[in-house]
Design a protein around this ligand. Structure first.
Ligand code: HAM
Length: 422
């Protein structure tokens, strides 16, 4: 027997029963982004590996061990399936000179790829909605990004997602902090685990992110980033907080919040829920004022964030609020010599009127066709035999309520079915 093929580990199918929740999520997100004046940009899934190495950072988990990279067969270039969207977005903005006329408010959606250890809420192919405001320096942008996400949770009917914020300061402030932190962690090296010892040499801020319980006391006692903040960054951070208070968005300052990508400076933030177990961050981002220049553009500030779609879908499913039915409204069954042409005509007539119709495939008797109609989840069976065909009519049988079957003129059929819409 041939071995059955399976999807790649960590890459999920979204089956038709789950699709309505995805539709609800995507429709809500589109309407929300429109209300804030953001425009969509569609970006390739594959980029030069160098783009991610330069932007995300050489000594990050993503670049060191999680990228799906491969060599182009023809020219030997190293290419990578995008692990995130910010780098591509900035690359496109620089390449097409989009900041020429001023700032850009952009969003993108799509699959991202990271070779992580799969577990609940963590996949190797996952989806993000990303939002980037490029060319704007002020704290109003950072604050509005959090205000808009706060509104999205309400639009989606989600609650209990907490906002944590921090400021990483300027690049120089971060460098000062880094050396203080290395001094401190070196004094406690005996307590560090292997991962943290490695990070101490490569990316010491990431040690603060460790979830190892044995390290928590050392992490608690570590010097704090905000002691090293430069005056401009402190003022910027104060303003972000002031604007959040004006907007009525609650937040908590988490001095250990450092993020796993190197391009951030100043404001960073994460939205976290306790409902998803270990993978509780559903949205994360911050300011990245140096990245545009680093990728070859004229220096320009920027700020943005991305949401993990699978994690938000899991929250929506757990809440059980979305029960949209993706089945066609009507299932059309037919039998008889003259019935076929009439059935095809009626199906298209209903579609002209905006009613969704599944036409029965494969023939068979009325009884077996009606079983299919019922199993399809449709609200109505539209029944056409030779009688109906000759009279220019159709019979309508409600499948979800105890109402009688009726027979109507084709001209009245759409109204009859549309009338039953909830
Ligand atoms: P990130 O924190 O790496 O940031 O990812 C953003 C979100 O994507 C996470 O908070 C999480 O919800 C989701 N996510 C990440 N990895 C996985 C995974 N393996 N499985 C499921 N969901 C995942 C970025 O990607 C930045 N580009 C965000 C940004 C945009 N910063 C500025 N602009």
């Amino acid at each position: 027997m041939t071995e059955t093929l399976q999807a790649i580990r960590g890459m999920k199918d979204v089956l038709p029963d789950e699709a309505p929740v995805w539709d609800f999520f995507e429709d809500t997100v589109r309407a929300w982004l429109r209300r804030y004046g953001y425009r969509q940009i569609r970006l390739p899934v594959v980029e030069n590996t160098d783009l991610f190495v330069r932007s995300i950072g050489e000594v990050t988990d993503i670049v060191e061990k999680e990228m799906y990279s491969f060599t182009d067969r023809l020219n030997g270039d190293s290419l990578t399936l995008r692990p995130e969207g910010t780098a591509s977005c900035v690359r496109a903005v620089v390449q097409h000179n989009l900041l020429y006329g001023g700032g850009q408010r952009l969003w993108y959606a799509g699959p991202m790829f990271r070779h992580e250890k799969p577990q609940k809420g963590r996949y190797r192919q996952f989806h993000q909605i990303g939002v980037e405001a490029l060319g704007y320096a002020g704290p109003d942008v950072d604050a509005e990004h959090m205000v808009m996400v706060d509104r999205l949770w309400r639009d989606l009917g989600l609650s209990g997602i907490a906002l944590e914020i921090n400021s990483l300061g300027s690049t120089e402030a971060r460098a000062r902090y880094r050396s203080r932190l290395v001094d401190y962690l070196s004094q406690h090296e005996a307590v560090l685990d292997a991962d943290s010892k490695r990070r101490l040499l490569t990316n010491p801020l990431r040690v603060l992110d460790s979830k190892n319980p044995a390290l928590q006391a050392v992490i608690e006692g570590a010097p704090r980033l905000d002691d090293d903040l430069d005056d401009d960054s402190r003022r910027h951070f104060d303003d972000v907080q002031r604007l959040l208070r004006i907007a009525g968005v609650s937040f908590r300052i988490n001095p250990r919040l450092v993020r796993g990508l190197d391009y951030y400076n100043r404001t960073v933030f994460e939205w976290v829920t306790t409902e998803l177990g270990a993978q509780g961050t559903v949205c994360a981002g911050g300011r990245y004022d140096g990245l545009i220049e680093q990728i070859g553009g004229k220096p320009a500030p920027a700020c943005g964030f991305a949401m993990g779609v699978e994690r938000l879908i899991a929250l929506l499913e757990a809440g059980g609020a979305v029960t949209a039915n993706a089945a066609a409204e009507a299932y059309l069954v037919w039998s008889g010599e003259q019935a076929e042409a009439h059935a095809w005509h009626v199906a298209e007539h209903l579609r002209d009127a905006g009613i969704s119709v599944a036409l029965h495939y494969g023939g068979g008797g009325f009884k077996s066709q009606m079983k299919r109609a019922d199993a399809s989840g449709a609200r109505y069976a539209v029944i056409i035999g030779d009688d109906e065909a000759q009279a220019g009519e159709a019979s309508v049988k409600p499948l979800r309520e105890a109402t009688q079957q009726t027979r109507v003129k084709v001209a009245d059929l759409a109204a009859c079915i549309g009338h039953g819409r909830g």
